[in-house]
Design a protein around this ligand. Structure first.
Ligand code: SAM
Length: 284
């Protein structure tokens, strides 16, 4: 077992393993034990099961292993996977999967390792794929109970933004099908080696379905209505779903939405109501 809680220790391990941080894989390693412990505590109940995406040199992984019963860690970089073998030597509650998180079958992995039981997702995400990773998780058949992730601060603000906020986007509306994420705390560049150019933040989302309509229908409506941001929801409905304007107007009316509004003014409940009306009309 090796602990990597200083910038010096991270550099020593990298050089011992013949590795260098790869910018293209978003490799900024956490080297601040206080931050690591805060993320692990916020993201996992003691004794639970957890999927970590991008364990890297195992800083967060070690903290998760001490708290939880089982950690499933998915890492794309063969060099990291090899190094983790040495760094995490002595733990028997870890499975390291050498795969691209965007390509692997996470449902199958969770089923195999957690036997269909509850689990959480907790990670310091590679920032170049934050959005796609979160959307992939939200589309899983067996959802985790919670997602607690470190992301770029501006992405965290977007996730938690409310209708009318400048940061509110299609991504905010998609994520908030499951509730409003909590912005837990921000983390400065000095907590990483190498230091990123941006501030980071840890967000937690409890995945509770808020609406009757299925997530994939809801998400199609969000994406359709945010397609052309400057246009009205009416224009976007016509374009995205090939509707004639009268039908689009009728559906909006049914959902109680004024057709001259812009998508950024609609709440998650508005999107859910419209998706419900569209599903009832056989459009989704
Ligand atoms: N968890 C470590 C920590 O906190 O120090 C490393 C976090 S670093 C920001 C992101 C990690 O994700 C790196 O180890 C990187 O190799 C890995 N990664 C990047 N792209 C990935 C992908 N598509 N699938 C799985 N892991 C990936």
């Amino acid at each position: 077992m090796t602990e990597v809680y200083s910038s010096r220790a991270v550099q020593d391990i990298l050089s011992r393993e013949g590795l260098a941080p790869l910018k293209k894989l978003g490799q900024n390693f956490l080297c601040d034990i206080n931050i690591v412990n805060k993320i692990a505590e916020a993201g996992t109940p003691e004794g639970g099961s957890v999927i970590e995406i991008g364990p890297g040199l195992g800083a967060l992984t070690s903290a998760l292993l001490k708290r939880t019963e089982k950690v499933l860690a998915i890492e794309i970089d063969a060099g990291m996977v090899k190094a983790l073998g040495t760094i995490l030597d002595g733990y028997d509650n870890i499975e390291i999967i050498h795969e691209d998180v965007l390509k692997c079958d996470m449902d199958e992995l969770a089923e195999r390792y957690f036997q269909g039981g509850r689990y959480e997702v907790c990670a310091n995400l590679p920032y170049y794929i934050t959005g796609p990773v979160i959307m992939k998780i939200l589309n899983l058949k067996k959802l985790p109970d919670t997602i607690t992730v470190m992301v770029q601060k501006e992405v965290a603000l977007r996730m938690a933004a409310r209708p009318g906020d400048t940061e509110y986007s299609g991504f905010s509306a998609s994520v908030q099908y499951f509730g409003t994420p909590k912005l837990l705390f921000t983390v400065g560049p000095s907590s990483f080696y190498p230091s990123p150019d941006v501030d980071s933040a840890v967000v937690k989302l409890e995945l509770k379905r808020q609406f009757d309509i299925a997530f994939d229908c809801y998400d199609r409506v969000v994406k359709g209505l945010f397609g052309m941001r400057r246009k009205t929801v009416l224009n976007n409905m016509v374009k995205a779903f090939g509707l004639d304007p009268a039908q689009a107007r009728e559906l909006l009316e049914k959902a109680g939405i004024l057709s001259g509004k812009r998508a950024e003014e609609l709440s998650p409940a508005d999107f859910a109501g419209l998706a419900g009306a569209m599903a009832d009309a056989g459009i989704l």
